[in-house]
Ligand binder design. Structure first.
Ligand code: 3HC
Length: 677
């Protein structure tokens, strides 16, 4: 057997799972476990299942979920455990997730090391537990707790698992095996969860749990919640087969396939970031700038266990942050950052300000310290040129709000060396963020794509759509809010300042919509001023269509002699997606983005583009080729300069570069369809 070894501890058989890196359940492991369980002879009084390495069993191998599942499937393995005449104990250290937790619930006893973490992540993959998770959790924990665990996908630590009853005992790691063997011996026969009745719960508690998780939930979460409830009403055998049927249906759904695509896309980006060299250890992070961004970064770093030193010349700003974060070290001089292993800037977005800051930081920090700028748009290569040691410098681009937004772009300047890049990647991981690699280019990856999204949205309004119509069309795609509501929320002034800055170098042939300038000139800077694309009367949180904004839009159209026409939602979405596609192709061609899937990760993680779609590129890769061509044609016609690369579409051709990008992200069946044409 490749992945399971059997050893005897006196009369107890110990099955050790060893399937690196995370003991995930693939066809080989299931076969090996099945065979090993079957090999338990008549002289065995109990069985222990334990993981070699850090984790017990991190769940099923989801790369197998795209095709038909190979026998024996997990429910069959669990059936063998349940049909053995002797007790089986799961000895859990590290992770027992998804199928791993289901395997443990199929055992007669569960003992955890203090490192144990248990959970059902299935709903985040567009499915529900498919090997008895809903059925056995309901019988062990009661319906409300089972709903909470299954629908939230949260991981519980050993202490909470003990409290809930998911674990029978928690012991130090070094005692885990011995105590599991003792438990296997001391259990008086089988204790199958499927034979237990569901603990009584009062109906209000159940309804409360349902209400908590059903709000805004994806359809698969609702099915998971429903399945937990249903499993309490019918016998376990029927519930198990119903759960499996739903699992199978969801597993092959488009949404689940997209979520798996994103899972592996994130891992591919992380792998590219890691590189091959070891990172430098980082214990203390210095943050320069105590504004909103700096404060949130300080929170994120300190939450991840770093010592944080916050620098600002403004004592009032420091005091504000320190007041909310006890234990934070602050300094009013750059010298106070001397002990930092990494210094990140969160100062004003201005080349000279940042250059001066890093020049001074370099004079104080140790030679091995790494420096990173959090610039959104400035040229990092140019910034690095004024440094004495540019090799240890790179970009860490966080997204607002950085303590909650998961995306970070890691930007390598021309001079950034491998150790610096590996160190920054290590920090991104420690912060629990999703990192993607990016090269130097205007707006890097996510903002660059978003810029063309917004530009196209403005074209549409200039031609006759209303802001609320564009927003609604995008919300219908699954976004939480549309581009104009976002602009109002973040404030129109930053983009205004940027437009002024780049005005001298703008291509005069490029279409330029001056409506946002007109809004800003009228003092409509967004929600904070009570007006922007929308009006916010009496401090309203949601914008309302505003006659003054309508007038400004109409004036702008009139000045350019544009007669407003009616534009349908399909055209809005097609043009916006095609514009994002053009931006993505340019990013790939310039090398600023390394993989098309990184762009989908950037948009879903950083800008809340609906994960269920897999991201804008994955979404388009599922379209018929003719529809992509039509969308690109419409984008091209909206501006022949900005979307020049879409020109072949006007002749009915899909540009080669576009095809190459879409192929990278397309589901396999799409290749087959394209190949058969
Ligand atoms: N399927 C396939 N590959 C997986 C995997 C899985 N469930 N879990 C991890 N991997 C792979 C990763 O792709 C990565 O491969 P790579 O090195 O080639 O890129 C490698 O294992 C290590 O993973 P990470 O880089 O993510 O390692 P970390 O230590 O950062 O994280 C982890 C480990 C927390 C286990 C994380 O990988 C994770 O969250 N995995 C998913 C766990 C999960 O969702 N399990 C449930 C699956 S669904 C299920 O069980 C259905 C059941 O109900 C029938």
């Amino acid at each position: 057997m490749e992945t399971v070894s059997i050893t005897m501890v006196e009369d107890v058989a110990v099955l050790t799972i060893d399937n690196p890196p995370v003991n995930m359940g693939n066809a080989t492991l299931r076969r090996d476990l099945y065979d090993a369980l079957g090999a338990a002879g008549p002289d065995v009084v109990g069985v222990v299942i334990i993981g070699a390495g850090r984790h017990f069993y991190a769940g099923s191998d989801i790369s197998e979920f795209d095709g038909p599942l190979i026998d024996p499937q997990l429910p069959a393995v669990i059936e063998v455990i349940e049909s053995l005449p002797v007790p089986v104990v799961a000895a859990i250290s590290g992770l027992a997730l998804g199928g791993g937790l289901e395997l443990a619930l199929g055992c007669d006893g569960r003992i955890g090391a203090t490192s144990a973490r248990l959970g059902f992540p299935e709903v985040t993959l567009g499915i529900l537990p498919g090997a008895g998770g809903t059925v056995r959790a309901a019988r062990l924990l009661g319906v409300p707790t089972a709903i909470d665990l299954v629908a939230s996908a949260r991981q519980v630590d050993a202490d909470e698992a003990l409290e809930l009853g998911l674990l029978d005992h928690v012991v130090p790691a070094e005692d885990l095996l011995a105590r599991a063997v003792d438990l296997a011996r001391s259990l008086a026969g089988k204790s199958r969860l499927r034979d237990r009745s569901v603990p009584h719960a009062n109906p209000e508690q159940v309804e409360e749990a349902v209400a908590r998780h059903a709000r805004k939930a994806r359809p698969n979460v609702l099915e998971a919640v429903g399945m937990v409830r249903r499993s309490a009403e019918v016998d376990a055998g029927l519930a198990l087969s119903e759960e499996r049927a739903i699992f199978e249906r969801l597993r092959v759904s488009e949404e689940a396939a997209n979520l798996r695509y994103l899972f592996f896309a994130k891992r591919a980006a992380a792998k590219a970031l890691r590189g091959k060299v070891a990172p430098r250890p980082v214990r203390t992070v210095g943050i320069a700038g105590a504004g909103t961004m700096g404060a949130a970064l300080a929170r994120a770093c300190s939450g991840a266990g770093y010592r944080v030193v916050l620098f600002d010349t403004n004592p009032a700003a420091l005091a504000r942050v320190a007041g909310a974060m006890p234990g934070l070290t602050t300094t009013e001089t750059v010298g106070g950052l001397a002990g930092a292993d990494l210094v990140v800037d969160a100062v004003f977005e201005d080349m000279d300000v940042k250059r001066d800051l890093f020049a001074e930081v370099e004079r104080h920090v140790a030679p091995g310290a790494v420096l990173a700028t959090n610039t959104s748009y400035l040229d990092i290569n140019e910034m690095s040129r004024s440094l004495e040691y540019p090799r240890r410098f790179g970009g860490l681009h966080f997204f607002n709000p950085p303590d909650r937004n998961p995306l970070v772009e890691l930007i390598r300047a021309e001079t950034t060396d491998d150790v610096t890049a590996a160190t920054l990647a290590d920090v991104v991981k420690a912060l629990g963020k999703t990192g993607i690699p990016a090269g130097v280019g205007d707006g890097f990856v996510a903002n660059r794509v978003y810029a063309d999204y917004r530009t196209q949205a403005e074209f549409l309004v200039e031609e006759g759509a209303t802001p609320e119509q564009v927003d609604a069309a995008m919300v219908q795609l699954g976004l939480a809010i549309g581009p104009f509501a976002v602009a109002d929320m973040s404030g129109l002034d930053i983009a205004w300042a940027r437009r002024k800055r780049i005005a001298p170098t703008r291509d005069p042939l490029q279409r330029y919509v001056d409506i946002p300038d007109r809004l800003c000139e009228a003092g409509r800077l967004g929600r904070k001023t009570g007006a922007g694309w929308y009006g916010y009367p009496d401090g309203a949180r949601r914008g309302l269509p505003d006659p003054d904004a309508v007038r400004i839009i109409e004036e702008a159209r009139a000045t350019k002699g544009i007669a407003a026409r009616s534009i349908d939602d399909g055209e809005i979405r097609a043009r916006i997606l095609a514009s994002m596609l053009c931006a993505a192709v340019q990013l790939m061609e310039s090398g600023v983005a390394q993989r098309a899937s990184d762009i989908d990760v950037a948009l879903t993680e950083g800008f809340a583009f609906p994960r269920a779609t897999g991201g804008p590129l994955r979404l388009l890769s599922r379209w018929e080729e003719d529809d992509v061509i039509a969308a690109l044609t419409a984008a091209y016609r909206s501006c022949r300069v900005t979307f020049a690369l879409a020109e072949p579409a006007t002749r009915g051709e899909l540009p080669q570069a576009v095809r190459a990008v879409l192929r990278q992200v397309a589901p396999h069946e799409m290749f087959e369809r394209a190949a058969s044409r």
